[in-house]
Design a protein around this ligand. Structure first.
Ligand code: MRU
Length: 357
């Protein structure tokens, strides 16, 4: 969509490069407060990713790419003779911001390759063009995935269907439009969607805070439910699909996504509900053989022991907070990418998808 104000408060505006600064819609505060924070350095950018000002695998990758533009600008201004060597520290800083979403490392690698072959007096415009390209390609990929996913839903579902989604895999988590929520948007436009049930997604509440806000902004029917409602909702009938995103897909088709996704996949299989993962190929990591090799981020236990800033666990009690889990490929019906759809993924089908260019 065309936005006249570059800093409009809108789900498609999670990551904005404007007036030589990187602006991030502060997702920690949504939907109660809406505002951007500005990043003027690589350190600002890495901190914003670690603190989840920006989150969601593709959005993290895009942000890191813009962070590399800031790095090149600062390093080149400080010493044009050695900027290419010194920028390695910035890549390391950004790479350490979050461990699971492979889009972060994918985007950093793409920027690093460009730096290695760059032959320009000033690296900033070239790197900015590349970051913008990564951003634009992600939006285009989301739109293509939206169409592919909606076609699957139309082909597999008579009439309208309810969809359960988990976390936020929407415009806020991408360059715009969204992966899972891109499918939701396209299915809604095709008249196939009755209701989206958004798991609230404890502990960080990406579902109730972000997915519900984003869909409500677009006029798409959404109902928030606590994470433990899905089983009884599926048993009642009406839910045809679970549609989620991913932070990293292994070479055998195992899918790593927000904690709780695996439970949804088990429930979906039991109830005959189809399980769709929408993710760009930048989320597929052919270097990891299976989900067992994917690093799972552990965050501060305080996120679990509190809710909405209010402490809900007794003092002195431990909590564990792994924020992602792995759904085995055998429980996945479809992986939808911008290059095409993989049905019942396995190593051979993933290899064929990635070899297809
Ligand atoms: O911890 P988060 O909010 O970064 O986790 C995000 C998710 O798990 C999303 O489902 C995933 O990144 C896909 S986003 C298109």
């Amino acid at each position: 969509m065309e936005m006249t104000d570059p800093l409009a408060i809108h789900p498609d505006n999670a990551v904005v490069w404007h007036d030589d600064r990187l602006y991030l819609l502060d997702q920690r505060a949504l939907p109660g407060a809406t505002g951007f924070i500005a990043c003027d350095s690589t350190a600002d950018t890495a901190r914003a990713i670690a603190d989840m000002v920006v989150r969601g695998a593709p959005a993290i990758g895009i942000t890191a790419a813009y962070g590399m533009v800031l790095a090149a600008r600062d390093r080149h201004a400080a010493d044009a003779a050695v900027w290419r060597e010194s920028i390695g520290a910035d890549i390391e800083l950004l790479a350490a911001s979050r461990p699971t979403a492979v889009n972060l490392f994918w985007a950093l690698e793409r920027m690093r390759r460009l730096i290695d072959e760059l032959d320009a007096d000033d690296p900033t415009p070239v790197l900015l063009a590349e970051a913008r390209a990564i951003h634009a390609e992600d939006v285009a990929a989301c739109r293509t995935m939206g169409d592919f996913g909606a076609e699957l839903i139309a082909a597999g579902t008579p009439g309208q269907t309810d969809i359960i989604t988990h976390c936020n895999a929407g415009a806020l988590a991408t360059g715009g439009y969204g992966t899972a929520l891109g499918v939701v948007r396209s299915a809604y436009a095709a008249g196939k969607l009755r209701m989206v049930y958004a798991d609230e997604t404890r502990p960080w509440l990406q579902g109730s805070r972000l997915t519900a806000w984003e869909l409500a902004q677009s006029g798409i029917p959404v109902t928030v439910q606590s994470d433990n409602v899905a089983a009884s909702l599926m048993a009642r009938g009406g839910v045809g699909w679970v549609v989620v995103g991913s932070d990293r897909i292994a070479a055998n088709g195992d899918v790593c996504n927000k904690i709780g996704t695996y439970a949804l996949a088990v429930l979906a299989r039991h109830h005959g509900v189809r399980f769709m993962v929408a993710a760009p190929t930048s989320t597929i990591d052919m270097q990891v053989a299976s989900g067992a090799d994917i690093p799972i981020e552990e965050r501060d236990p305080a996120e679990v022991l509190a809710c909405g800033g209010q402490r809900v666990g007794p003092a002195g009690v431990e909590a564990h907070n792994p924020v992602f889990d792995v759904t085995p490929a055998a429980l996945v019906d479809y992986i939808v990418t911008e290059r095409g759809v993989v049905q019942q993924p396995d190593a051979e089908k993933m290899r064929a998808l990635m070899a297809g260019g």
